[in-house]
Ligand binder design. Structure first.
Ligand code: GDP
Ligand code: MG
Length: 379
């Protein structure tokens, strides 16, 4: 049976766009006084310049919703916290109304999933009325249970941030975490610049706080933690391996090796969505042809099986016309990890896939697979 490489590539592209299209929308309320650094935070955490470009649509008196077409994130930016108790109460009611309205739809895409309450570390003190606001809010949120994360913004002084964090923790507030961050480098003077930090921690805390069905979205939209993207991508590989092991538990006759391909396409689509990078057809083509060890338009099932086997060090050659389930799993792992490496390089800007021709991309992949061999052999 001949397998068309073009068809595999097309299936990949289709699976990627379907996966991305079907990501649930992640919806976050960002609260705090004007000037604390909400917009700066939003722009530093998410990979689209939301707060800058999207002026946002007023949804209540003190809340604007910022979103972008084909981007699975809605940020509710609040204003008015600096205007005193009355307004703060109004803001609280508006947030609660929005939470309840979202829940009433029974649609995860409409629900509010998380609140970031921002306090500026540099302002030196936390107002008692803000503590009270958080307590009142928690009281009303008791049933709805939307997780609240306190973000200590502009924490260029780590010492001050730690003190503030302790003060807040002593209040026994019903919050998931208190996370000090510095969203962008802070220049104290020409010679002394404090490096941005803490946003990756915020993503880790979010990863813990959100339900599993929103984690692919979180990883897709965030640009603050490569580690969390990789971790999630490795989970996608593990899922695919479990599936290919199932498929291959009874040894896979290598004429049927193509049976594994749909699982691997799903895996590639998941990883791409998690990284949130744009991949062109030529990149996928280069990846597939390097992985399959062919540059032809079609490949025989038997050749496909033995070429895939070459990816697995120590697997040897095919004996008796089938591959074991364990081997099928190893092939899938190797493909997945190579693809994660590729996505990491694209994400870091180490390779610009739009500027490489397919021959260069193929060369790069060959190196990656070779690298992977080496790692396996060294183990
Ligand atoms: N260097 C540095 N400046 C910040 C940071 N966060 C906020 N700022 C500055 O503080 C000011 C107010 O920030 P902004 O994000 O507009 O606050 P918002 O009103 O809460 O949206 C801006 O001039 C920012 O440049 C940060 O993490 N690092
Ligand atoms: Mg703002």
């Amino acid at each position: 049976m001949d397998i068309s490489t073009d068809k595999i590539v097309e299936e990949c592209i289709r699976a990627i766009s379907e996966k991305v299209r079907n990501l649930k929308s992640l919806n976050i309320v960002v609260a705090g006084k004007t000037g604390v650094g909400k917009s700066t935070l939003i722009n530093s955490v998410f990979r689209e310049n939301l707060a800058e470009t999207g002026i946002g649509k007023p949804v209540t008196t003190h809340m604007r919703r910022i979103e972008k077409k084909d981007f699975p994130l809605k940020v509710y930016d609040t204003r008015g916290f600096e205007l005193g108790r009355e307004v703060q109460k109004e803001v609280k009611n508006e947030i609660m109304d929005t939470i309840r309205a979202g829940l009433a739809t029974k649609d995860i895409n409409q629900a509010i999933h998380c609140i970031w309450y921002c306090i500026n570390t540099a302002s030196n003190r936390v107002e008692p009325e803000e503590i009270q606001w958080l307590k009142d809010f928690s009281e009303e949120n008791r049933v709805t249970q939307v997780p609240v994360i306190i973000v200590l913004t502009q924490s260029f002084s780590k010492k001050k941030a730690a003190q503030l964090k302790n003060i807040l923790l002593d209040e026994n507030l019903d919050v998931v975490q208190v996370v000090p961050v510095l969203a962008i480098d802070y220049e104290i003077d020409d010679e002394y610049i404090v490096k941005a930090y803490g946003l990756d921690k915020l993503i880790s805390v979010m990863t813990e706080a959100l339900p599993d069905e929103l984690i692919d979205t979180l990883q897709n939209v965030q640009k603050a933690s490569l580690e969390e993207k990789k971790r999630r991508a490795q989970k996608a590989v593990a899922t695919a391996v479990a599936a290919s092991f199932g498929e291959g538990f009874a040894p896979v006759p290598f004429t049927d090796a193509a049976m594994l391909v749909p699982t691997q396409i799903t895996m590639i689509a998941s990883i791409t969505a998690i990284f949130g990078v744009n991949v062109s057809k030529s990149v996928i083509m280069a990846f597939i042809t390097s992985a399959l060890g062919t540059s032809g338009a079609t490949i025989a099932g038997r050749t496909l099986a033995s070429n895939l086997l070459k990816l697995v060090p120590g697997a040897g050659t095919i004996l008796g016309g089938s591959i074991s389930g364990a081997t099928a799993g190893l092939i899938t792992t190797t493909l997945g990890e190579a693809y994660i490496q590729l996505m990491t390089a694209v994400y870091k800007g180490e390779i610009n896939v739009n500027q490489m021709n397919s021959k260069e991309i193929r060369k790069k992949f060959k190196e990656m697979f070779a690298e992977r061999f080496k790692v396996e052999k060294d183990k």
